[in-house]
Design a protein around this ligand. Sequence first.
Ligand SMILES: [Zn+2]
Ligand SMILES: [Zn+2]
Length: 375
Amino acid sequence: MSQDYYELLGVSRTASADDIKKAFRKLAMQHHPDRNRGDKESEKESEKKFKAVNHAYDILKDPEKRAAYDRYGAAAFEGGGAGPNGPQGQGFDFGSVFGDIFDEMFGGGGRGRGGRTDTRGQDLRFNLEITLEQAYGGTDATVRVPSSVSCEVCQGSGAEAGSKPQTCPTCQGRGRLRAQQGFFTVERACHTCHGAGQIIDKPCRTCAGQGRVRRDKTLKVNIPAGVEDGTRIRLSGEGEAGARGGPAGDLYVFLSVRRHQLFEREGADIHCRVPISMVQATLGGNIEVPTLDGKMARINIPAGAQGGHQFRLRAKGMPIVRSTQRGDMYIEINVETPTNLTSKQKELLKEFEKAGKTSPESEGFFSKVKEMFGG
Ligand SMILES: [Zn+2]
Ligand SMILES: [Zn+2]
C-alpha cells in the first residue's frame, strides 16, 4: 500500500478536487469486485485495487488530509484513523463509496441520504364538483378535507410532555441500516425505529405516538374563471400531516363541472338550443335567451328562419384561463312542430296549405325525387 495516491488515481499533484473525483469514480467502477466476478484470482486483485483506490480518494478528497499527505506522505495516516489498515480497517465500508456514486448516478431518487423520508404525510385527493356558472365566473370554494394534522399536545414529536424522542440506538438516527452481502452493502429501513431515526419511550397519549391526530380541515380553494372539467389543483403541503414532525403531503383538488340544463360546453364555446314556434320562425321576431353571465341576450329571428340555424354571440362563451379572451356562444333554433291541435287549428292549417306553396326546401326536394324516377 505504499503506492503514491496521486499515481494510484492517475492524476497530477496539482489536480483539482473535481478531477480527482472524476478519476476516482472511473476507477471505482472499473475495479468494483462485483464487476470482476468469476476468476477468484482477479476477484481478489480487483478487491485489493478497489480498496487502495478508495483509500487514496478518501485522503485526497479532504483538503486537510490532502495537505497532510502532501507534507508527510502516507505516514501521516498510519497507525490509526480511517485507513484500511487502521482499527476500522476490518469493517471496510463499500456502502459509503457507492452511496456517493449511486446518489450522483441516480439523482438520489428523492430519498434523503439520512433515509428519513418515510415520515412524509400522504397526498390527499379531494373531488370537487362545481357548476358551469362557477366555472364561468371563477369562485373561491370552501372544502372540508378529512385529514390529520400535527398533534398540538406534543407538537408533532409523538412523545409525552416532559419526555423527548431518543435517537434510535440501532441506527444512530440514520433511519437506515447497512448490511454486508458479499462485497455489496445493501441499505434498508431500520427495524427498530421503522426508518424514523428516533424512538419514543413514552408516547404522547393524545396521538398514541403518531405525532398527528385526525381532524377535518377547512380550506379555501381559488378556482380561476374558465376552468375545465378534470382540472387538477395542487395545494402544496395541505395533505396529510407528516408523522413525527415529517413534512406534510399535498392536497389535490380534482374538479368536475356539473352538466348544465341549458348549456353545453365545447372548449371555450357554449352551445344552447332554443325552441321556437313554427309561427315565430315563419313570421320572424325577437326572442330572449339566457347567457352565462346571468343576463338575457336578445336575438332577432328573421322571417322564414329554418330549424338548425345558428346564431353566434361573440365573446359570450367561457373565459379562457390565464387569458383575457373568451369563447363564443352559439344559439341553435329548434323549430317545433305544433302538436295537440284543436279541430279549429287543423282547419286553419288545411286552409293555409291550400292558399299556396310555402316550403322552399321540400319543393326542391320533391322535384329532385321526380327527376330521379324519370318523371
Ligand atoms: Zn401527540
Ligand atoms: Zn433506527
